[in-house]
Design a protein around this ligand. Sequence first.
Ligand code: HEM
Length: 405
Amino acid sequence: MGAPGKPRTGPSRRSFLLGGAAGAAVGAVAGGAAAAVGMPDAAAGSDGALGLAQVPFHGPHQAGVASAPAAHVTMLAYDLVPGTTREDLRRLMRLWTDDARRLTSGVAPLADSEPELASRPARLTVTVGWGPAAVALAGGDPAVPTWLKPLPPFSIDALEERWCDGDLLLMVAADDALAVSHACRMLGKDAARFTSERWRQSGFRHAAGTRRDGATMRNLFGQLDGTESPAVGSEERAARAFITEGWLAGGTSLVLRRIRMDLDTWDEVDRPGRENAVGRTLDTGAPLTGGGEHDPVDLEAVDARGFPVISDVAHVRRARPDDPRQRIVRLGWNYDDPPEDGQTSNAGLLFVSLQADVDAQFVPIQERLAQADLLNTWTTPLGSAVFAILPGCDEHGFLGETLLG
Ligand code: HEM
């Protein structure tokens, strides 16, 4: 974490005494500290510590897949333009690494025309992934992992090409949407010569500081979403997510599913019906078999009439693998975009799953959910993409060096 900002509690007495423009502007909004037009940004109501907070860029894993998810995310997929060489890819990875290193530590990249926007990283992370074409360009076909390909089709899919696949992924996350936007702009400029943008998807969680650290996020159905995913930094999380061998050691695989959540038909369901769909309560996220959020789910429990307390087709029962090697790490961000063609809402989840092996871990779970899951009544996968998330690097290295170095 970075050093806290200079403690400032609002417009200073001096600014009121100054006759100049800044003083006049502050005077006009006296009491509304955040709107301190013309003031340096440190003059907002708080001490600005959230803006200055940093997640270290260097390490065996890229920060965005090893750290607690930030409030805002933008996922950007690019296609490599035809004729891009291995040397071009190396140049781009060096540029992205250098700029990400700076941006995540609050330092403007060299060609930054708005350097002030870089000064508040707000836990910015930049995570880079490759699709199969980029891996093949960097290391030849044998370097492409067998799982790095589009997912098999599932019966529930209604995929739209505009949300699928890609040669390169940038996952940019921070607790401040401005930091995300600026980083995307800078990194996008680096990529412009070698790539065309394929898609861009943005999502959000609770704002930083609004809930206790480590609390499970709520999705737009109001559910606590992420309970079963192991804690950030835990051995269990690392065992599920990280690859341990070969050029991807320290990396992971990322599946992004853009899943529409039909808020209008969900509105029609009563509370017991909603809780039954998942097998957990809405208020505390506890299993319907009792206890607190993190207590075990009892899939054997039956009610007085002998029926299972947790339905045979409840999401938690269908999603839970019998084989512990099939477990995944789920991240998720909500999206709430402008409605299209007669819709009244266009909302859902940017569902992100991390695992060491997509075919061995993610696919069997998704297959089971496609066969039967009450949640399918209100959810529809619209987008799907799989990327190899590169291992992290140290101060002297660059992302992708294990194939390009
Ligand atoms: C919009 C779509 C989805 C929603 C709203 C949703 C919601 C939830 C909720 C509320 C829980 C219970 C709390 C928790 O442990 O997080 C849960 C658990 C889970 N979900 Fe989903 N989910 C969705 C899609 C998916 C998909 C696509 C997968 C994987 C293919 C998945 C896999 C899981 C797993 C593995 C669990 C934990 C099950 C256990 O307790 O062992 N979910 N989900």
